[in-house]
Write a protein that binds this ligand. Structure first.
Ligand SMILES: Cc1cc2nc3c(=O)[nH]c(=O)nc-3n(C[C@H](O)[C@H](O)[C@H](O)COP(=O)(O)O)c2cc1C
Length: 182
């Protein structure tokens, strides 16, 4: 089973990208994880789309299509989804054959704040209702006070968070298998 990780932050020291990388250490047996790169995706422009999807968008769509499931790590910006992530979802979602339909997706998020990106994650859930993805409901993983949980190299040092990520990945793998059996 292959999971595609998508981080909604482009910055090198991103807490959300670090959380995604930490997931590689707690994967269930038989599950692999790769992480998409959103840095080359342009701002959405219908005039550009009229001439064909840009190559980085095509690549992202192919990665999403090829993955058995997605794991999205979202920052929270002004109580919602950061533009980088929403823009990538908007591009990838354009017809024909948007790749999110029927896709199992789990969400995580990390922030220095106290509410662990919960507001952004709930906005993302709403977006994926329209795209008819199958979001994992529980467990929810809200990584608050995140700078205290990673070292200077971005390695997760908090065992409680590592355990929560492991449980989420196990639940996502189980959810994916259940959907594939149908
Ligand atoms: C424009 C902007 C808005 C933000 N709004 C919120 C917010 O609503 N809630 C929150 O918890 N953190 C907020 N933050 C702080 C981010 O959680 C913090 O910068 C975080 O480290 C971003 O994720 P990253 O480390 O993966 O880049 C905001 C940051 C920026 C730049």
């Amino acid at each position: 089973m292959h999971i595609l990780g998508i981080s909604g932050s482009l910055r090198q020291a991103s807490l959300n990208s670090a959380a995604l990388r930490a997931c590689a250490d707690v994967l269930p047996p038989g599950v692999s994880l790769s992480i998409a790169d959103l840095s080359a995706i342009p701002l959405y422009n219908e005039d550009v789309r009229a001439h064909g999807l840009p190559v980085p968008v095509q690549q992202l769509r192919e990665q999403i299509r090829a993955a058995d499931a997605l794991l999205i790590a979202t920052p929270e910006y002004n109580y919602s989804i950061p533009g980088v992530l929403k823009n990538a979802i908007d591009w990838a979602s354009r017809p024909p054959e948007q790749p999110f339909g029927g896709k199992p997706i789990a969400l995580i998020g990390a922030t220095p704040g106290g509410l662990g990106t919960s507001r952004a994650q709930y906005h993302l859930r709403q977006v994926f209702v329209y795209l008819n993805a199958h979001l994992l409901n529980q467990p929810e993983v809200f990584i608050s006070a995140a700078p205290s949980k990673f070292d200077a190299q971005g390695k997760l040092t908090d065992t409680d968070t590592a355990e929560k990520l492991g449980k989420l990945l196990a639940a996502l793998a189980d959810w994916t298998l259940r959907l594939q059996e149908k």
